[in-house]
Write a protein that binds this ligand. Sequence first.
Ligand SMILES: NC(=O)c1ccc(NCc2ccccc2N2CCOCC2)nc1
Length: 241
Amino acid sequence: MKINILTLFPDMFSGFLNESIIKRALEKELIKINVINIRDFTFDKHKQVDDTPFGGGGGMVLKPEPLFRVLEKFKKSKIIYTSPQGKTLTQNLVKDLSKEKEITIIAGHYEGIDERVIEELVDLEISIGDYVLTGGELPAMIITDAISRLIPGVLGNTASYENDSFYNGLLDYPHYTRPAEYNGLKVPEVLLSGHHKNIEIWRKKESIKRTYIRRPDLLEKKLENKEFSKLEIKLLDEIKK
Ligand SMILES: NC(=O)c1ccc(NCc2ccccc2N2CCOCC2)nc1
């Protein structure tokens, strides 16, 4: 999987690329991440990347020329634009994107980019949620992170995404580690029992209970898509009693 990120602020990505799981995935060449400075594709004296909006209104808009030039180099990849106007990112969309050979993410800035770039070149506009940020760089990192962890080998065998909460449409169950008692606070007995079947059922029930309480919309979706196992239905009935 190759991910190109087009940005005006490449230095924002150094921490993201040089730490932890992404760093190791890059070293193992499981993924390739290419951060490109849009300004390198300006050829005028002032290296102008943005300009005032037609129709007035203040703020600046990214000019079409540098973006058309740089996107020419990546036209074989799926072109994504991060903006508040995009399709909201979900784990299912992340899963679909993780199957692409190469994607190019345009990190929007200022008031956005010239609409002609979106109309002509962007395949998919993505929003990471309904809130406003100073730029598209963090959304680009979030999309890259979420995709990368689904690439085989990126997550060591300890953490695997199969049990991801959103992977099965439920919220995660509670996690505990040593000590078994801290400040008089005990870890649920079942987790100390070594009884794997009971532990698995307890975790599944906790996931469903949490989802039922905190995100009933996710349960609705799972029910609509008929994605409930018999066990999950049984546990949900117990919870509702
Ligand atoms: N939810 C998201 O994915 C998200 C993404 C980007 C983003 N901001 C950069 C941006 C990018 C494109 C268009 C406008 C803007 N903005 C510029 C500043 O003013 C608001 C609009 N904000 C939120």
